[in-house]
Design a binder for this molecule. Structure first.
Ligand code: MGD
Ligand code: MGD
Ligand code: SF4
Ligand code: MO
Length: 711
């Protein structure tokens, strides 16, 4: 045991430091070798009770971000096509002047804010960013949530009373793992913090357990599974509902006593038979029935659905059905099933994160409902370009790249370029931030203290870990929380209509506390008994133990501590599902994919992650190529309602016939400008094809199953 601050020096100039990787939800513990102030090695920390020594190629590359000459370290201002460095004071004043002027002249909704994925991986963004954003009170608040996990959050709110009270697969003890639309072998898990998924899967299989995967592509996960079935993109709802139907029809339901509304559910499911599901999805009826029976019979089983079944037209129905499969088979809150975590800082239980609410207001142009105070990012473009009262005129993005990561990137790119003012808090000039008037770059992963407020909530084992910064902040650098604090103070000072004094004083006082201080306070006032000094002595992390069963119904946030299995929003959407247009036989449907060495739209400039075989190709079944007279390797045109791209095609029978796949996060060449990415990285953006009009009822973009032609 040693203090994290104390490095272990092997010899002069070389030391080992314990750190953490925050590039994905697995949050692996690292041991870093530092020589002369540079990271020269990174390996998984075998003493970490959660990640157990796991590391992936991205974690190995974390030092590349730290030492990247492309990374911004000082604020820059755009002057025509070039950038000039300016002081923090100048930059913060400029941002505050323009944001306040926008609000003063056009009202608070004229400022739009977009929060990207890395926010949830930064302690300062969690403790300070959310508070700053909230204080601006704009309705035009957007985030990567609505191109990702929004259906999960809406279902959490509807069933359990809180958007983030989400049961997690008890992967270490389950005997049956049913997976829809996730590829944890490449993604390392999502809404399931599961470092070393491959190792945990091997253990599952060694104890006689099974993993069954439904995916339109035979993915790395599908290949490692006991069984894989192709499913036509966007039709999973039919399959999941037919599994629920089977449970009712065969008397296999064992719901806990605190669940209501099951008679209604049973009744609406009557029409969703396995035969109907087969016609819609291509999954044989007997497979649907058998898997439902196996799920019900297994001793500790769990259904899990991720991106593939969230980012589709019936994402909410899918995620509701996944929760119901676990509830109805008695697997929720049970060892080996879908379990609740008990983190040392219970951000859900202590009310630090809101419970969520739906449709309190709607977007101005399309009248899309909000969730939890956010609007679907698919409406951002029209809110910028449609004139009228409440039109968006200024934008603040924080750690995001919506031009590549949200639907119809080409149009959004144009809209953002036309804004009155745009400020970004980001460490790179990317396809979106290139339009910014000012970029404020915070410190990054290895330069800031970290305690994970988000992913301990979703981890497959309860642990706690505090990771002090590995490198000190440079003299001319700012932490993100300091940037948020300073933007807030300076904007408020300039507002004509200031927030009520009490609120202002409270927010300012709160923003002055450092994130680390807040973590210490939350630990001290929590019930775990773990303190920050315990964690400082054990930088590898403290094990709290396996997930605990028997926490329901006490932990529900519903008023009556009961679960309504038939929420009106879902029941209503089943009507819409009945009318779903199924794809024609000669139609191709586009889906996305992730690769182990990609990190959403960034890190494409590190040689370590980009050398070797290119991976941006359109994947297509050989029969589909042949039917169109196309050759493997040819450059093809892919067209959707929204746009078209030209990309090389690769033939593979890993694709379901009738389905094509492009990775997301590519397409760095825009308007002839190629931003700092490695020589070998080419490819196009899948989101130049995805359609902002395709939305799930939750507001999530239906990125999956986009009808396309290939020629
Ligand atoms: N078609 C399709 N589209 C998708 C998806 C898909 O599967 N298919 N996936 C969706 C999903 S799940 C997500 S989460 C989104 C991601 O969408 P975004 O969050 O919009 O995009 P990222 O590529 O994660 O970009 C994050 C940016 O943050 C910056 N950054 C990195 N670290 C830090 C930091 O510590 N601080 C700050 N301030 N900035 C930092 C980097 O410059 C990077 O450009 O994409 C979504 N888009
Ligand atoms: N290496 C790497 N890891 C990452 C990321 C990354 O960019 N790279 N991003 C991180 C982020 S932000 C997230 S949210 C997570 C996501 O984590 P995952 O959800 O595990 O991510 P994907 O690999 O996109 O897996 C989605 C799967 O859904 C399938 N699919 C697509 N459409 C459908 C459909 O209609 N039905 C079904 N059943 N399946 C479908 C796809 O073929 C794909 O295999 O990954 C995280 N981890
Ligand atoms: S799986 Fe890889 S990217 Fe994710 S936290 Fe671990 S090392 Fe980092
Ligand atoms: Mo994500």
């Amino acid at each position: 045991m040693r203090d994290a601050g104390d490095a272990v020096c092997d010899d002069a100039g070389m030391e080992q430091r314990i750190g953490v990787c925050n590039l994905c939800e697995a949050v692996c513990g690292l041991v870093l070798t530092i020589e002369d102030g540079r990271v020269t090695g990174a390996r998984g920390n075998p003493d970490d009770p959660l990640s157990r020594g796991h590391i992936c190629p991205k974690g190995v590359a974390i030092g590349d971000v730290q030492h990247d000459p492309d990374r911004l370290r000082r604020p820059v201002r755009r002057v025509g096509d070039t950038w000039e460095e300016i002081s923090w004071n100048q930059a913060l004043d400029l941002v505050a002047d323009r944001l306040a002027a926008t609000i003063n002249e056009h009202g608070k909704d004229a400022l739009a804010i977009y929060l990207g994925n890395p926010n949830v991986h930064s302690l300062g963004a969690m403790t300070h960013g959310i508070a700053m954003v909230h204080s601006f009170r704009t309705r035009n608040k957007f985030s990567a949530t609505s191109v990702d996990q929004l259906p999960h959050q809406v279902v959490g709110n509807l069933l359990y009373g809180h958007q983030l009270l989400l049961p997690v697969p008890d992967i270490d003890r389950t005997s049956y793992f049913l997976v829809f639309g996730a590829n944890p072998m490449a993604s390392n898990g999502s809404l399931m913090t599961v470092p070393d998924f491959p190792g945990r899967l091997r253990e599952l299989q060694a104890r006689g357990g099974r993993m069954v995967v439904f995916d339109p592509r035979r993915t790395e996960t599908a290949k490692a599974a006991s069984e894989h079935h192709f499913v036509r993109p966007g039709t999973d709802a039919w399959v999941l509902l037919a599994m629920l139907h089977t449970l009712f029809a065969e008397g296999l339901t064992r719901p806990p006593s605190y669940v209501d509304g099951l008679a209604e559910v049973e009744q609406v499911l009557a029409q969703f038979t396995p035969e109907v599901a087969e016609r819609a999805s291509g999954v044989p009826a007997e497979v649907v029935v058998r898997v439902a029976r196996e799920l019900a019979a297994a001793d500790g089983a769990v259904a899990y659905g991720r991106i593939g079944v969230s980012t589709q037209e019936f994402g909410l129905v899918c995620q509701w059905a996944v929760q119901l499969l676990n509830l109805l088979t008695g697997n929720t809150d049970r060892v080996g099933g879908a379990m609740l975590t008990s983190p040392a800082i219970d951000a859900v239980g202590r009310g630090l994160l809101g419970r969520g609410h739906y449709d309190r207001f709607r977007s101005r142009v399309r009248e899309a409902p909000e969730f939890g105070g956010e609007l679907p990012v698919s409406v951002l473009r029209e809110e910028i370009e449609t004139p009228g009262e409440g039109q968006v005129r200024a934008l603040l993005t924080i750690a995001g790249n919506p031009v590549l990561s949200t639907p119809d990137g080409v149009s959004l790119d144009r809209a953002i370029a036309g804004l009155d003012f745009y400020a970004a808090v980001d460490i790179y000039i990317n396809e979106t931030t290139r339009h910014a008037d000012v970029i404020l770059p915070p410190t990054t992963h290895l330069e800031r203290d970290h305690y994970d407020l988000a992913f301990h909530l979703l981890a497959v084992r309860d642990t706690a870990r505090f990771s002090p910064a590995v490198f000190p902040k440079g003299r001319d650098q700012r932490h993100d929380w300091e940037i948020f604090r300073d933007i807030h103070t300076r904007v408020v000072r300039r507002l004509r209509r200031k927030p009520p004094l009490r609120r202002r004083v409270l927010t300012e006082a709160r923003l002055r506390l450092s994130p680390t201080f807040i973590v210490g306070m939350l630990l001290r006032t929590g019930r775990s008994g773990v303190t920050i000094s315990d964690l400082r002595k054990r930088p590898e992390g403290v094990d709290i133990g396996p997930l605990r069963a028997g926490q329901l119904p006490q932990r529900l946030f519903t008023k009556d501590k009961r679960i309504d299995a038939a929420p009106a929003l879902v029941m209503g959407d089943l009507e819409r599902l009945r009318g779903q247009q199924l794809p024609g036989d000669d139609e191709l449907l586009l889906i996305g994919r992730r690769h182990q060495r990609d990190c959403n739209s960034w890190m494409h400039n590190t040689d370590r992650l980009t050398r070797g075989r290119q991976r941006h190709h359109l994947l297509m079944h050989p029969d589909d190529l042949q039917a169109r007279g196309l050759q493997d390797g040819a450059a093809v045109t892919v067209k959707s309602r929204v746009g078209s791209v030209v990309v090389e095609v690769r033939a593979t029978d890993d694709m379901m016939p009738g389905v094509v796949s492009l990775p997301h996060g590519y397409g760095h060449q825009r308007d002839g400008v190629r931003l700092g990415v490695a020589e070998s990285v080419t490819g196009v953006s899948i989101n130049d094809l995805t359609d902002p009009e395709r939305l799930d009822v939750s507001g999530n973009a239906a990125l999956s199953g986009v009808p396309v032609t290939v020629s």
